[in-house]
Design a binder for this molecule. Structure first.
Ligand SMILES: [Zn+2]
Length: 479
């Protein structure tokens, strides 16, 4: 039998048909993933349109980054549900991208809202909080509603803010402070900010977010070389911090080891225009490489002379602040659960921007301990005002930075914030322009914060004498 050979007409018809089918298949193949992503994206945008016109102005790159297949990114799934605890005012602004809201109150009576959103909406929410409320932070984030409810139910802000239990804050370590303050080097602050802002980002769910945290850990470890009373750790007991650890360096107290003084700053960064993209460009030089640099320089000076504190001191670089204060909250809750007696917390989040005729530092006036705020003023007036520096105060709002995690857990915390500009805060926060270049290629304003942190460290942790003859009154907390 002869094999079947199509005639020329038949052949032409078959070729035309296959080309048409091929092109149709191409379109289907090209469309399939994009359509799926766009459908999800459009759903989110429709929600925006329906109820939150203000969020419509939020710039986006218009593209959804699909979750990467590797397990390292699994927690960066843009469609993963996230449960927010925010103020009622913040919820009013973000309700277009948050649903299933329930009203709650914290222990101070502050109206709060627990709502549900998606991971890929967090950057837009942060952008909204910054643009419309003029601040960073703005919410706590949890992987489940049960955890969000438990967090609000266990809130101890009333105790942390109003309780007057810390009368033992005293000013009697002038010798140490006077020795330390002239040692602050602007170049070292600059170098740390420069290194940290050289990572593509320090986003909590990116490889850079982990390697930059590990660099901080290694750098702090090197400053503590040869000290058996100093330890460093990567804190990973955070269920929603992805692969980013927090960093903790501990100097064990000489005679009051169970009273703990904390100095903290967040180590992550975010670009509010790029959702969950692990390759986003987020230098975060001011927010908050400047805070980590401030702590690093404080630590260097204290350890370089072999200083030993009476109380235990913990320097902390917090993971995942920009997506709902996750690292600091995990640490504060874990300390609360295990009964760690934290007697004081200093938060430094943004220390290096000043433009125009504004005071050098702003004391954050809300969600922090009243006695500790007063002590910050005392410290400033005793040690920084004589150098010609000026201060003011400003409210920051609910869940504004990591001090709020400590306040919620019932611990006394307070925060000193940068000078900013007459019109408000740093204009380049959460953008690709948060760089040393937009801060005059200088770390001069962080110098003041390192000096404040040194005064705080010396006067809260105190200097261990060779022989104890009395010593500071114990600081105890009622639980
Ligand atoms: Zn920040």
């Amino acid at each position: 039998m002869k094999p079947f050979l199509p005639g020329p007409t038949m052949l032409l018809f078959a070729m035309l048909a296959s080309v048409v089918m091929l092109r149709a298949d191409d379109r289907r193949a090209a469309r399939a993933p994009a359509t799926a992503a766009l459908d999800r994206f459009d759903t989110a945008r429709i929600v925006h349109v329906a109820s939150t016109p203000r969020l419509l102005t939020t710039p986006t790159n218009g593209a959804i980054t699909p979750p990467m297949a590797t397990s390292a990114w699994s927690q960066a799934d843009p469609f993963a549900p996230v449960y927010l605890v925010s103020s009622r005012e913040t919820y009013q602004g973000i309700r277009g991208v948050a649903r299933n809201a329930v009203a709650r109150r914290d222990s101070t009576g502050q109206p709060l809202v627990i709502s549900e959103t998606r991971a890929d909406a967090l950057a837009a929410i942060s952008h909204y909080v910054h643009a419309s409320e003029g601040r960073c932070g703005g919410y706590f984030a949890f992987p489940s509603r049960v955890q969000a409810e438990a967090f609000v139910a266990a809130d101890r802000s009333m105790q942390a803010m109003k309780a007057s239990l810390l009368a033992a804050y005293t000013l009697d370590n002038q010798a140490t402070v006077a020795r330390w303050l002239p040692q602050v080097q602007e170049q070292r602050l600059y170098d740390t900010i420069n290194h940290l802002s050289s990572y593509r980002n320090r986003y909590y769910a990116s490889a850079y977010g982990r390697t930059s945290a590990e660099w901080i850990h290694a750098h702090w470890q090197s400053l503590a070389a040869g000290r058996s009373d100093v330890s460093t750790e990567l804190f990973t007991a955070c269920s929603n911090c992805s692969t980013q650890p927090s960093v903790i360096l501990t100097i064990t107290g000489w005679d009051l080891p169970h009273e703990v003084v904390v100095l903290g700053a967040h180590l992550d960064s975010i670009n509010a225009n790029t959702r969950t993209d692990p390759n986003q460009i987020a230098p975060g030089a001011d927010d908050d490489a400047s805070g980590i640099a401030t702590l690093t320089e404080t630590l260097r000076i204290a350890l370089s002379e072999g200083w030993q504190p009476r109380r235990t001191v913990k320097f902390m670089g917090y993971a995942a602040e920009e997506v709902g204060l996750r690292g600091s909250n995990a640490i504060a809750q874990s300390f609360r659960t295990s009964g760690v007696n934290v007697v004081s917390v200093l938060q430094v989040d943004m220390t290096n921007y000043k433009a125009g005729a504004v005071t050098d530092m702003k004391l954050i006036s809300d969600y922090s301990n009243a006695d500790l705020q007063n002590f910050f003023i005392t410290l400033f007036d005793a040690y920084l005002a004589p150098m010609g520096l000026t201060r003011s105060s400003v409210a920051c709002g609910y869940a504004c930075s990591d001090h709020a995690s400590w306040t919620n857990a019932g611990y006394p915390a307070a925060m000193m914030f940068e000078a900013g500009s007459p019109s408000g805060s740093f204009p380049y926060i959460h953008t690709t322009s948060d760089t040393l270049a937009t801060m005059g290629e200088s770390a001069q304003h962080s110098v003041k914060f390192a000096q404040f942190a040194l005064a705080y460290l010396a006067e809260t942790a105190k200097t261990a004498p060779h022989k104890v003859t009395g010593g500071p009154a114990p600081v105890s907390q009622v639980r």
